[in-house]
Design a protein around this ligand. Structure first.
Ligand SMILES: Nc1ncnc2c1ncn2[C@@H]1O[C@H](COP(=O)(O)OP(=O)(O)OP(=O)(O)O)[C@@H](O)[C@H]1O
Length: 297
């Protein structure tokens, strides 16, 4: 469990994180979403003690990161996969980390297998592709078998195979009962990866919501209708609907459900060639939520 209590970070005149309060619960993947510069990385850095809050607090399993005696065993983080010693092998990188916590070599082999880097781990990290660095970063995060896993933009720059792999891994980690917090600026990615979303803009919390709840909340309720008969617009307007017609003759109808529109057409003996309820896509909902934050940036 990760808990934030009015967490705030200022850099001079910039408020990077502005009074964030939320809880990241175990057993599900939580997406931490916001446009560039929203404050995601700064928040994550504060959770793992790499940045000091200006005010407020962040705790992992009830304690500030600095108070954890074996931090890698409680929380594993990948914040910047490119932060590798280029001259060292991937294995040596993990070994150095493992030594700080008396983690046995067998665990290094285990996490390398898990991320599919067993062979490549003997090569110098300087020659790794972005995808390989990401995998090694994830191996490092999982080294201490932590209950809390924090990954900053783990799918950035990955090919479709890599993206699918990360998605499955995150789900598995959550199914094992871990707390999984993963940041992204892409709603499309988080919608298929996360069950829960924390959306921020300009350092402030804009939404703390389930993915399904968000879909329900943004349901716009318009229906796309096509009919070869010209009388439909009048018939629908008489029943209180508002109707817009586009250049192709398609009607966007608000104020009646698709079923009610079907009933009107049947009663009036008008043919329908299309009747499609429209839900705002999650992407649109996200854009709406963060529009102001993006403009500000
Ligand atoms: N060390 C720093 N010094 C000054 N300003 C900083 C520092 N780190 C971050 N900021 C500012 O804080 C704000 C939040 O940045 P942060 O990197 O946390 O956002 P982000 O949501 O992770 O963005 P991105 O998706 O681009 O990585 C930005 O305005 C950024 O310029």
């Amino acid at each position: 469990m990760i808990e934030l209590d009015a967490l705030t970070k200022r850099y001079g005149g910039t408020v990077a994180v502005d009074g964030l309060t939320f809880t990241v619960k175990p057993g599900r993947v939580t997406g931490f979403l916001g446009p560039n510069g929203a404050g995601k990385s700064t928040t994550m850095r504060m959770i793992v003690g790499l940045d000091r809050p200006t005010s407020g607090a962040a705790t992992v399993n009830g304690r500030p990161y600095a108070a954890l005696r074996s931090p890698l065993r409680h929380v594993g983080a990948m914040l910047d996969a490119s932060q590798l010693h280029k001259g060292r092998s991937g294995y040596a990188h993990l070994h150095a980390l493992a030594e700080t916590h008396r983690i046995p070599r067998s665990r290094i082999t285990e996490v390398l297998d898990l991320v599919g880097m067993s062979t490549a781990a003997r090569r110098r990290a300087g020659g790794y592709s972005l995808g390989m660095s990401q995998r090694l970063g994830i191996a490092a995060a999982l080294l201490g078998d932590p209950e809390v896993v924090i990954l900053d933009e783990p799918v950035n720059g990955l090919d479709p195979d890599g993206v699918l792999w990360i998605r499955t891994l995150l789900r598995d980690l959550a199914d094992e009962g871990r707390t999984v917090l993963v940041s992204s600026h892409l709603m499309s990615e988080m919608a298929v990866t996360a069950e829960h979303l924390l959306i921020i803009g300009r350092g402030r919390l804009l939404a703390d919501t389930g993915v399904d709840e968000l879909i329900d909340r943004v349901q716009v309720g318009s229906v796309l209708v096509r009919s070869p008969d010209s009388g439909l617009t009048d018939a629908l307007t008489r029943r209180g609907a508002s109707v817009e017609t586009d250049a192709t003759g398609a009607l966007t109808v608000r104020g009646l459900t698709a079923a009610e529109i079907g009933d009107v057409a049947r009663d009036e003996r008008l043919a329908l060639t299309e009747l499609t309820p429209h839900r705002a896509s999650l992407e649109e909902a996200y854009m709406d939520l963060t529009r102001e934050a993006v403009e500000y940036a």
